[in-house]
Ligand binder design. Sequence first.
Ligand code: ATP
Ligand code: MG
Length: 342
Amino acid sequence: MPGSNGSSEGSVEHVIETHALTKRYGKHLAVDRLDLTVPEGSVFGFLGPNGSGKTTTIRMLMGLIEPTSGRAQVLGRPMPRATRTVLPHVGALIEGPALYGFLSGRDNLLRYDSADPTADPRTRKARAEAALDRVGLTAAAGKKAKAYSLGMKQRLGLAAALLQPRKLLVLDEPTNGLDPQGMREIRTLVRELAAEGTTVFLSSHLLDEIEQVCTHAAVMTQGRLITQGSVAELAAGARGRLVVTTPDPGEAARVLKEQGVTDLVSTEDRVTGELPGQNGSGQNGSGQDGSGQDGSGQDLDLAELNAALVGAGVRVRGFGLERASLEDAFVALTGEGFDVAG
Ligand SMILES: Nc1ncnc2c1ncn2[C@@H]1O[C@H](COP(=O)(O)OP(=O)(O)OP(=O)(O)O)[C@@H](O)[C@H]1O
Ligand SMILES: [Mg+2]
């Protein structure tokens, strides 16, 4: 059995690691045997529709609720057992940050800081001002928190998480309530933090947002993990559609159909379709052999297709695969769009 002290090594490769982590509410499995691996230095997107178990997972990771079964490690230490040693290294923004409405944003922040026994009171003001500045709240810092908009509250919660430099930031839907400009600012901030060496774990139900800012992602539906990995890998798991640009779309479609291309869609000067042998609902985003996309097998298919078109007298102006997005990967994995679960 590990001793109460010094049982974990200094360096941690996986900042978050869970094994069969489960949370049950009555009959409902909010989180179902989750195995999550968050590499150090990543910006990790925890993606899932409403009710898929994101906040419940984050609460378990932060030691706020006990798992029903399974294990969670944060910064190499077991949670919730090591909450007191782990949390000082973690900045967290969890659904609806608690604020004192009668205090200004600035005073709320000073209060947060004074609740931290490791925070030096002499530098408190400077820390609060720096955090307010980082989240773009300086101008509104004197306003009472009860008069804050949802987006401003979100920014204040984020400022609280940024008072100290952290190894890990856990942000539950950080852009919730923000306008497009605010969302952009938060994305920029997240990239800056990552560049400074902080691992950022953020949840979102917006695919697009994850794709823009994250290096890695995990996808949840109904308490279960469908896939995780680097964003590039996940997107590569879904092959893009074949796109042929041609002044002879009718003839091109006929030839492509002959060659086994399915789901053909023709417009005036373009034909798109699914390549033969594509498994639409693969279990894992990374495919058979990992990297897939530029594999010679597929290049051969493409070369043959192109030759068949040209051989049949089709004038080909453009030929290639549309880049697959994370959304394509999601659709390929689940067979459905990214909609809110029940
Ligand atoms: N305290 C609780 N008691 C009972 N059920 C709960 C509780 N907390 C969460 N749940 C249920 O667990 C499931 C997962 O909820 P959770 O809040 O983790 O989802 P989420 O992915 O964070 O959703 P959202 O995107 O809406 O924030 C939901 O069905 C929810 O109703
Ligand atoms: Mg949530």
